[in-house]
Design a protein around this ligand. Structure first.
Ligand code: GDP
Length: 537
């Protein structure tokens, strides 16, 4: 960040800086083009001079973030951080979500730190399972969503059909702002539905540089593009008739989504996406603290930790806590209080991290993400603040796990390290830890949203705590919160079991939804509630 503002920045400065922030994440299914889109956005914002520099076109995934041996071996990105860049007069924070096929809670938690999401769809596939899961979290949190239909440069589905799918499957009204001109495979450009004009894209070699654009008035577009232009206009008219006009209010209340068409690999439509973010994405607003009182943007510095990551730098075993700034100004070197412990925390080392690229950060404003190095005392959901009084933001929601495994130390002489390791992994949110007195040996049960979380936990217990773990999978797949602890013995029998999470929540685990159904029929009095709305099956 370049702005050199003193820590005593006036309230006007903080408000003006917050107003310039756009903080978002891309939600998509693997292979929809998230990495390519990230590159394309960075290219437009001139962070990089040629696409491929952020991730590397060939073997891209290994380069994004290979902080763990495992990541390298699997060729996936498990970690997530933030990319910050300036565009027009705005500062854009793009928070990275892990892109592998297995879900982890990290992916969900990132969404607690954004103000907007870009839903990236593959034109040939439309809504895919992981997109749907992430969309559910956005809906639950009321996050407005911009839809980008990607890969229009190759044969895919019909544009109207893709729009219909949004309404039919997720009840989200599409508001296309552009409409593709030219068949999939012969993508020429887009009809700008607001101006009525034609934006024609020029291809660049391998999409490596920003695609040139020509803006043509409708008459000229018709003369030059003929039937392709007329067809786009006709389709767009059909949309108009069914009420596809843009309404900012409906976008902000997350009942409708502006839709753009493009091709990340050719950099088509990427500028429109950035412009749209600048124009309509919500700015940071006062975040409610745990008591429900809004923490005004210009109050003293406050932030919450949404992600903790260990071992990014192989030379030093470090831990970085990523926090989103909620109010005030953050200055490197400032001493802040960890609301959970009341202890001061010196912030000498603060970084912006994206993949393996780090740069030292000096100042941050609401909406920005700071990476606090050596933050061993910080856990996911912790609040940091400057000055008094203490402010505490609500903890991050835990998501409904779908995978469970009993964890036992493989080497009993390392039991102490094993316990320590589990405590650490739990505080970082790598896995949820459940216990039950009814389990004979008191062995903890790991619970995760995706099986990858188990692999990460096992790898770290062995590598960092020298305590290898034996994991025994449990057959449960469906979980509900048991609201009344007195009803425990009814559920805790036969095909279901009750385990208690460290935060005190009782989880009722069922083998499948049939088992849950049977329980409900036999014992309608048992209060079984969804863990987090929208993320349960
Ligand atoms: P991610 O898994 O969502 O990060 O997807 P990637 O960005 O790695 O892209 C997956 C594949 O789709 C890669 O082979 C990309 O080159 C390709 N791809 C991404 N965007 C486009 C696009 O706009 N058009 C075409 N034809 N291919 C694309």
């Amino acid at each position: 960040m370049t702005t050199a503002t003193p820590a005593t920045a006036s309230s006007a400065t903080v408000l003006a800086e917050a107003e310039r922030r756009r903080t978002f994440a891309v939600i998509s299914h693997p292979d929809a083009g998230k990495s390519t889109m990230t590159e394309a956005l960075a290219l437009h914002a001139k962070v990089i001079s040629e696409a491929g520099a952020v991730h590397g076109k060939a073997g891209r995934r290994g380069v994004v973030s290979d902080w763990m041996e495992m990541e390298k071996a699997r060729g996936i990105s498990i970690t997530s951080a933030a990319l910050q860049f300036s565009y027009r007069d705005c500062v854009i924070n793009l928070l990275d979500t892990p892109g592998h096929a297995d879900f982890s809670e990290d992916t969900y938690r990132v969404l607690s730190a954004v103000d907007c999401a870009v839903m990236l769809l593959d034109a040939a596939k439309g809504l895919e399972p992981q997109t749907l899961k992430l969309f559910d979290v956005c809906r639950y949190r009321g996050i407005p969503v911009i839809t980008f239909i990607n890969k229009w440069d190759r044969p895919g589905r019909d544009a109207l059909d893709l729009c219909d799918e949004l309404v039919e499957r997720i009840g989200l009204q599409p508001m296309p702002l552009t409409w593709p001109v030219g068949d999939a495979g012969h993508f020429r450009g887009v009809l700008d539905r607001r101006s009525g004009g034609f934006v024609r894209y020029q291809r660049t070699a391998g999409g490596a540089t920003v695609a040139g654009e020509e803006h043509l008035p409708p008459g000229q577009a018709e003369a030059e593009e003929g039937v392709e232009w007329t067809r786009a206009c006709e389709e767009a008219e059909l949309l108009g008739a069914s009420g596809g006009g843009f309404e900012l209010g409906r976008f902000l209340e997350a009942t409708a989504t502006p839709v753009l068409f493009g091709s990340a690999v050719l950099n088509f439509g990427v500028r429109q996406l950035l412009d749209l973010l600048v124009e309509i994405a919500p700015r940071p607003t006062a975040r409610a603290d745990a008591a429900g009182n809004p923490r005004e943007l210009d109050a003293p510095f406050s932030a919450f930790v949404f992600k903790v990551q260990t071992g990014m730098d192989r030379a030093h075993r470090d831990q970085v806590a990523f926090a989103r700034v909620c109010s005030g100004v953050f200055e490197r070197g400032m001493v802040v209080t960890n609301a959970a412990t009341g202890k001061p925390f010196a912030t000498k080392y603060v970084q912006q991290v994206f993949g393996q690229q780090r740069s030292t950060l000096d100042t941050a404003f609401p909406g920005d993400v700071i990476g606090l190095v050596n933050a061993t005392a910080l856990g996911v959901g912790d609040t940091l603040h400057a000055g008094k009084p203490v402010v505490r933001f609500p903890g991050l929601p835990s998501f409904a796990p779908a995978y469970f495994a009993v964890a036992r130390p493989a080497d009993l002489s390392r039991s102490k390290q094993f316990r320590k390791g589990i405590e650490q992994l739990e505080s970082e949110g790598v896995v949820q830890v459940l216990r039950s007195l009814r389990r004979g040996d008191g062995a903890p049960v790991f619970a995760a949203v995706g099986p990858m979380q188990f692999e990460v936990a096992a790898h770290r217990l062995e590598a960092e705590f020298k305590s290898p773990v034996r994991l025994e999978p449990l057959p449960y797949t469906v979980v509900r919160r048991l609201a009344d602890p007195k009803q425990r013995s009814i559920v805790d029998s036969g095909r279901s079991e009750v385990l208690t999470r460290t935060d005190g929540v009782d989880l009722a685990l069922f083998v499948d939804s049939t088992a849950l159904g049977v329980m409900r029929r036999l014992h309608p009095e048992v209060r079984l509630e969804p863990l987090v709305a929208g993320t349960d099956d």
